[in-house]
Design a protein around this ligand. Structure first.
Ligand code: URA
Length: 206
């Protein structure tokens, strides 16, 4: 199921990070802010349980999150969204998937995978800002499912029709959250109009 998050604050922040003149510092700060805002939406259906709390006046029944949440960024660009999500869900644990794209085949090559303990009550937020070919996302979901993760929510910034279709076809059970869906994928695997290479822009590597 695809969710495109629409909000004036998100739109304004996306305009800043799409702008090629936005520098590394501002780019990573805004991605962080977007990640915080997006977290509110992606967690709307998480399981809660009833607890009793004592106010200064009396006892009251409240609800609190009852989900083992694990944030799993796909390195490197996914790292740019982790702090923002953690600020909203401070008890979430963090796993990592290291993957790079073979520039010729555009296929993902895995070089690192570390995941905190998973149980039946685990929800993984798989984070990768750009849903381009969908290959990395699909590979990441494959790895998580092999480890027994039953509930996976993909969180990104910009997708394109090709990447969305690829993930929807292979993993129809995964919820996909994006802030924008762009026109197309270029011959060399970049989203157009997009925002460039997100990893490079986050970390100043180009
Ligand atoms: N990865 C990026 O960083 N940017 C794109 O446009 C596509 C994949």
């Amino acid at each position: 199921m695809l969710h495109i998050l629409k909000h004036p604050l998100l739109d304004s922040k996306m305009a800043i990070i799409r702008d090629k003149s936005t520098n590394t510092r501002a780019f990573s700060a805004i991605v962080d802010e977007i990640a915080m805002l997006v977290t509110y939406e992606i967690t709307e259906n998480l399981k809660t349980k009833e607890i009793e709390v004592e106010t200064p006046f009396e006892k009251v029944k409240c609800r609190t999150l009852d989900t083992n949440i694990i944030i799993v960024p796909i390195l490197r660009a996914g790292l740019g969204m982790v702090d923002g999500i953690r600020r909203i869900i401070p008890f979430a644990k963090v796993g990592h998937i290291g993957m790079y794209r073979n520039e010729n085949t555009l296929k993902p090559v895995e070089y690192y995978f570390k995941l905190p303990e998973v149980d039946d009550n685990t929800t993984v937020l798989l984070v990768d800002p750009m849903l381009a070919t969908g290959n990395s996302c699909n590979k990441g979901i494959d790895l998580l499912k092999e480890k027994g993760v039953k509930k996976i929510i993909y969180v990104g910034l910009v997708g394109c029709p090709q990447g969305i279709k690829a993930v929807e076809e292979r993993h129809p059970d995964v919820e996909i959250y994006l802030v924008a869906v762009d026109r197309e994928l270029s011959d060399i695997g970049y989203i157009l109009p997009g925002l460039g290479d997100c990893g490079d822009r986050l970390f100043g590597t180009k």
